[in-house]
Design a protein around this ligand. Sequence first.
Ligand SMILES: [Zn+2]
Ligand SMILES: [Zn+2]
Length: 368
Amino acid sequence: MKGIVFTGEGAEVLTGLEVRDPGPGEVIVRIVAAGVCHSDVTAAAGAFGWPAPAVLGHEGAGVVDQIGIGVTNVEVGDHVIISTLAACGMCKACAAGKPTRCRQTLGNMAQPFTLNGDPCWNFAAASVFTERTIVKAIQAVKIPKDVPLTSACLVGCGVMTGAGSVLYRSNVQVGDTAVVYGCGGVGLNAIQALRVRRASRIIAIDTEPQKEALARAFGATDYIDGRSDDVVEQVRTLVPYSDTELSGPFNAGGVDWVYDVVGHPTVTSNALEMLDWGGTVVIIGTPGGDAKFELPYQRFTQNERGVIGSRAGSYSPHRDIPQIIDLYRRGEFMLDELVSATYPMEKFADVVHDMHSGSIARGVLTFD
Ligand SMILES: [Zn+2]
Ligand SMILES: [Zn+2]
C-alpha cells in the first residue's frame, strides 16, 4: 500500500506499506477520505518527537474491510468515522462518559504497519493517511451511507474539537456571548456550535482577511481583524458593560466565553482581558512543547474568571458523532462547506501550503 509517512525528516508519500491482520476487538478500515489537521503537520515537522517511520493522519472516514474476533458494533461494508480516542471503555473517565480523560487515549504508540518489511509506527492511534488502517472497534463509529465520506472524515478531529469545546467542554447558555479566536477548521466548528446553542453574539477573530466571509457563513455575528492592536477594545465596544448595572473595576464588560483556538501567549492574555466577570477562556490550540503564558492573579480572584483546557472537544464518540451527523442531515450543521478542496494523497505538500496560506478551511485527501 501507499501512505504518507513521517520519515524523521518530514512527510513523504511512500509505497511498501502493509498493515497486520486485526486481532480480537480490532477493525481494519479502508480509508476513503482524510482531513489534514495541524497536528499532522506538527508531527511531520518532528515537533511531537514521534518515532519514525510512522504513518501520519488522524482525521479519517472509510469502509470497514475486516473485523477481528468479538467485534459487534460494526460489520464489513459499514461506513465509519474514525475517532482517535482508543479509550478503554472501563475506567472512571470512560464510565463518566469522558473518554478524552481516559489514560489509554494518550500516546498509543504501536507498530501495526511494516514499511518494506520493517516495523513502522502508527500515529494518534489512527494513521489514516494510507489505504487501510487498523483501529480498536471502539474507535469506529458507524454512520449512514448517504453522508459523503469526504465531509464525514472531518468529524473525527476538527469538527469535534471545535464544536465539542462549545457543546461538551463548556456550558454555554442561550443568549451567552462569545469570541472565537482563530477561524480555521476547528474555529469554524466552534462558531457553528455557538450558533446551534443560540449564543447571542459570536465574535470571530482571525489574521487572514479571507476568513471573514467563512466565519460569517458559519454563524459569526461580528468579525475583528486579529492583526489590529486593539482587539480587546474592539470586543469591549461590541459587548459593552451594561449601563443598568453598577460599573466595576477589573475590566467589567466583555464576553462570557473566549475560545482560544490559536494557543499563543499573546492570544491567551488578550482572551482573558475580553472576558466579562464570571467568563471563561477555553484553550483549544497548542503551540506544542513546553510553551508558557503568564496571567495576573487578580483577573481570577476579583471577578471569578477562569481558564480551562479542552482536549478534542471533550467528546464521547458513540454519543456525540451520531448527534453531529443528525444535525448535519437536518441542515443545522455544516460539514460539506468545511471541505475547501480535495487532493490525491500525492498532493500532501500542496494541502500544507494551502493551509499555511490561510486560503482553505480544510483540505481533504482522497484515497480511491
Ligand atoms: Zn487533529
Ligand atoms: Zn478508559
